[in-house]
Design a protein around this ligand. Structure first.
Ligand SMILES: Cc1cc2nc3c(=O)[nH]c(=O)nc-3n(C[C@H](O)[C@H](O)[C@H](O)COP(=O)(O)OP(=O)(O)OC[C@H]3O[C@@H](n4cnc5c(N)ncnc54)[C@H](O)[C@@H]3O)c2cc1C
Ligand code: SF4
Length: 486
């Protein structure tokens, strides 16, 4: 590598793709906020990589992408080879490039992050895959030999899609069932279009179908079709059913009108934005459908500081709310949401109130008027190492609000139909699977307590990330392939 290339980071600053102007974002533009690199910009940013010899970025990436190697291919304008390399570790690279909290993962570990600004790894990953797919590149499965094995995948979220991809690459026919009529799980029905446009998911469906993956959508297992039918008809079953149990804060007043649970709000709004249901009719397969109040000119308070809370505040801004406040019980450093999303929300006009815990939602004539909060200070770390929020006596106040959105998070549950098949759950509702040392006990990683059933993603680890669901779906598929083919 020439001296000029090695020190490119000194001449070229870190740069993200151009963003949609603020005035459009705050006036109801739902398009993806970040634009796309053209080849020269992607090459400039890729050229900032130091190739530091110990790729911390790859280690921190949950799927261990070969980041320095595909950055080098971008510099050499070998985009299709870069796309093929991306797909060896991640079946959804264009999604991860868009929604991963890179500041906590690959980019947070980039050597240049300390003083010069990390390589924009996520944006280059998005560029590689978008550009290759637009040129007509598709994963090459011409060498794959069909094995005659068949596996049912329950859930078309990132875990299920990643599992199906690896199965297809091993010559195993994957049939993916989902209760919704579109694939993507929370990427489709949860993450708003300003982070991930839904046409990207539709394109990925075509790619997977081209690889031989079959989708049976609008079919809920346990209701429309029994798990025992799948166990009889398929060689194995993968459970990528996600985490949908709403964390109930038990706040007095939470049943008042205009108190909205976060996910139904985002799902319903996403449908309206997508043009599917401007009248707020029930969504197929979504029992908690809600009527959305008009947010224009209203004061909106969002309770919770995770990714879901950030999506709610930024959606409320786009819906024309006059004042949007996020109240979170810990400080900013302990907030679970991505720092980049918090910065974007701030820029769009969201006000953050840290160290405020909600006590009750107040109202008049059934309508919300505000949230009673108490100030907090950070106490001792809990079992997971997160410091608790300790209320400060005498510091109560009222946050005035016309609409309150509750975004306290989600956890999984093990449905009865799974428990009846011998699948064990943990006390917090996660499906129990064997760990990486399972083989010593004659079991395979991600195998449940029923040897024919495997699981991964939010259903196993609790609500987390797209990329960790992808990692587990892939690893579970590897175990299934070993069970069926070795
Ligand atoms: C609002 C919101 C914003 C988020 N933002 C981000 C972000 O910016 N970045 C990020 O990395 N992560 C984000 N996440 C988290 C991420 O979306 C999830 O961690 C990820 O989607 C989990 O993948 P999964 O495949 O395990 O589950 P899911 O994506 O939940 O998919 C599970 C699928 O299983 C289906 N299913 C369940 N039960 C059945 C059944 N009985 N029969 C048939 N189908 C069934 C469901 O319909 C669903 O499609 C966000 C989550 C939310 C809620
Ligand atoms: S998958 Fe996510 S963590 Fe890994 S390189 Fe891509 S953006 Fe970074």
């Amino acid at each position: 590598m020439s001296r000029k290339q090695v020190f490119q980071f000194l001449e070229l600053p870190r740069q993200m793709p151009q963003r949609i102007p603020l005035e459009l974002r705050t006036n109801g533009d739902w398009g993806e906020m970040y634009g796309k690199f053209a080849l020269p910009e992607a090459q400039h940013q890729a050229g900032r990589c130091l190739d530091c010899g110990n790729p911390y970025c790859s280690w921190k990436c949950p799927v261990h992408n070969a980041i320095p190697q595909w950055l080098q291919l971008v510099q050499e304008n070998r985009i299709e080879e870069a796309a093929a390399l991306c797909h060896t570790t991640n079946p959804l690279p264009e999604m991860c490039g868009r929604v991963c909290p890179q500041d906590r993962l690959c980019e947070g570990s980039c050597t240049l992050e300390d003083g010069f600004g990390a390589v924009t790894i996520g944006a280059v990953e998005k560029y590689i895959v978008d550009a290759a797919l637009e040129k007509g590149w598709r994963p090459d499965l011409s060498e794959v030999v069909a094995t005659g094995r068949r596996v049912a995948v329950i859930g078309a979220g990132p875990a299920g899609l990643a599992c199906a991809d690896v199965l297809a690459r091993n010559g195993i026919h994957a049939v993916v069932f989902d209760r919704y009529e579109q694939i993507g799980g929370l990427m489709q029905f949860g993450i708003p279009s300003f982070k991930l446009e839904k046409s990207i998911i539709a394109r990925r469906r075509e790619v997977l179908e081209g690889m031989g993956v079959e989708f049976r959508l609008g079919v809920e297992i346990g209701k429309d079709l029994g798990i025992e039918d799948l166990l009889a008809d398929y060689d194995a079953v993968f459970l990528g059913t996600g985490a949908y149990r709403y964390t109930d804060g038990g706040l007095p007043g939470q049943d008042l009108k205009n108190v909205l649970p976060a996910l139904p709000f985002l799902v319903q709004n996403g449908r309206i934005v997508g043009g599917n249901d401007p009248w707020g009719r029930p969504i197929a397969g979504w029992e908690d459908t809600i009527q959305l109040p008009d947010m224009a000119g209203k004061r909106v308070v969002v309770l919770g500081g995770g990714d879901t809370g950030m999506d709610c505040v930024r959606s409320a801004i786009r819906l024309g709310a006059a004042k949007v406040t996020c109240a979170y019980r810990r400080d900013e450093a302990n907030m679970p949401g991505s720092a980049r999303e918090v910065a974007n929300a701030r820029e769009e006009g969201v006000r953050f109130l840290f160290n405020r815990a909600p006590l009750a939602i107040e109202g008049e004539d059934d309508l919300v008027t505000g949230v009673r909060v108490v100030e907090t200070r950070l106490g001792e770390p809990d079992a997971r190492g997160r410091r608790s929020a300790v209320p400060i006596e005498g510091s109560e106040s009222l946050l005035e609000a016309d609409i309150v959105i509750i975004a306290f998070g989600f956890s999984p549950t093990v449905p009865e139909w799974l428990a009846a098949q011998g699948v064990q759950g943990s006390p917090n509702g996660r499906i129990v699977v064997s760990g990486s040392l399972a083989e010593e006990e004659g079991r395979l990683p991600f195998q449940t307590t029923n040897p024919k059933l495997f699981a991964g993603g939010d259903a196993v680890r609790g609500a987390d990330l797209v990329v960790t669901a992808v990692a587990e779906g892939r690893d579970a598929a590897g175990s299934i392939a070993r069970m069926l083919l070795d």
